[in-house]
Design a protein around this ligand. Structure first.
Ligand code: SF4
Ligand code: SF4
Length: 145
């Protein structure tokens, strides 16, 4: 086996193992809090699969930070709760064209989170990214005079 392949496997296997340990630790803490017996390693693997902690590296969503989707939150039912009254999100910062609560933004604003929660069983990450980019394109068209 070539060195590059070995390195790739080592890196990704160890990443999966670290994630498995995190899930296992999380279950142990929960069991302590709830006074229930700790779940098995098999349960940790099942949970990893359920929440799609895939070992495959994922390309980052190529957002160009145009800020347009944050200025049209009234258009989707799922984001309407963020509307400050004129379609613009109440957390949108006009000066920086960015999000004031970026690190704590809701799940609906996180492409990767939405994928993990609702779409990973039906679409590949690349397909999901392509569909979202199409959405971005539609938003740009919507904003054009
Ligand atoms: S419209 Fe698309 S590219 Fe622009 S900020 Fe939103 S997600 Fe990013
Ligand atoms: S919370 Fe942040 S990311 Fe989400 S719509 Fe508002 S400004 Fe944009």
């Amino acid at each position: 086996m070539r060195t590059a392949t070995l390195c790739y496997l080592r890196r990704n296997v160890s990443k999966t193992f670290r994630r498995w340990l995190v899930v296992k630790r999380m279950l142990w803490i929960r069991s302590q809090v709830n006074g229930m017996p700790p779940l098995t390693g098999g349960a940790a693997i099942t949970i990893m699969k359920t929440i799609n902690l895939s070992a495959a590296p994922r390309k980052e969503f190529p957002c160009v930070k145009c800020g347009l989707c944050c200025q049209l939150v009234h258009l989707a039912t799922e984001t309407r709760f963020l509307d400050r009254g004129d379609g613009v999100c109440r957390h949108f910062d006009v000066e920086s064209n960015g999000c004031l609560i970026y690190e704590d933004r809701p799940d609906i604003c996180r492409v990767d989170r939405q994928y993990d929660l609702h779409y990973f069983q039906n679409y590949s990450w690349d397909e999901f990214v392509a569909a979202n980019l199409e959405g971005c394109q539609r938003i740009v068209e919507h904003m054009q005079p």
